[in-house]
Ligand binder design. Structure first.
Ligand code: NAP
Length: 208
């Protein structure tokens, strides 16, 4: 698929490498594409990237993502699946920018014709594209209102190494707030471990 990734930071570059290795056509979207020529990945401006994409990924700071998407414009995004990986966190990682809501919900509300799926934001970028690097299978969550958009996202997650058995659909886009608010616990776990390369696994009661 043609995948456009908004942002040129850790997440956008990691996912671009992961999906490129799986055979997808990736393009990074930057505010300053002329200054991003050394990434070893194709880069365009934000509008060109959105126009190119069958699937668009938001990998920009969560406190500016809605404004940045507005600069591209709702008509240009209408009908395009938007996979949102963003989280709005203060610089000291103690405050959420959407404490009683979520970025995923805010994007879906601002762009009702763009199906939004929240995923991958509960782990480090290194783990997003290398689930097998962990000591056993773990869980990736999906939140969104559009069933077809979630199916497409599930296939793209599989291409990164997340089998269906590791994917957990937790419901509509309002459940994105659970994924995003987990960021605070993520920071605590990372501090406790002294390491960001971990993930959670949902474990159920053993059958009798
Ligand atoms: N890092 C992780 O492991 C991780 C894990 C889970 C979720 N997330 C979330 O994923 C998103 C991206 O994370 P990241 O680590 O890739 O961030 P990052 O390294 O800081 O990159 C963010 C990119 O967004 C673009 N951008 C657009 N508007 C911006 C603005 N006003 N200020 C700064 N950058 C802006 C920049 O690209 P241009 O300068 O080229 O436009 C920048 O490279 C964030 O919302 C983060 O909370 C990150």
């Amino acid at each position: 698929m043609r995948i456009g990734l908004l942002g040129t930071g850790n997440v956008a570059r990691a996912l671009a490498h992961g999906w490129s290795a799986a055979g997808h056509d990736v393009l990074l979207g930057s505010r300053n594409p002329k200054e991003r020529t050394d990434l070893g990945l194709p880069v365009a401006d934000l509008s060109e990237t959105a126009a190119h994409a069958e699937v668009l990924v938001n990998a920009t700071p969560g406190d500016v993502s809605v404004e940045l998407l507005r600069s591209i414009g709702a008509p240009a995004l209408a009908g395009t699946l938007l996979i949102d990986v963003g989280v709005g966190l203060s610089d000291d990682f103690t405050e959420l920018s959407h404490p009683n809501s979520s970025l995923g919900e805010q994007i879906q509300e601002a762009f009702p014709l763009t199906p939004v799926v929240k995923t991958l934001c509960t782990m480090d970028s290194t783990v997003m594209i290398a689930p097998d690097s962990l000591d056993g299978p773990s869980t990736v969550f999906l939140s969104g209102d559009d069933a077809e958009a979630k199916r497409t996202t599930g296939r793209l997650l599989a291409d990164l190494g997340w089998p269906p058995s590791s994917q957990l659909d937790i419901g509509g886009i309002t459940t994105a707030r659970g994924q995003e608010h987990f960021a605070l616990l993520f920071i605590g776990i990372a501090g406790g471990l002294g390491n960001h390369a971990f993930n959670v696994k949902v474990v159920t009661q053993a059958a009798d």
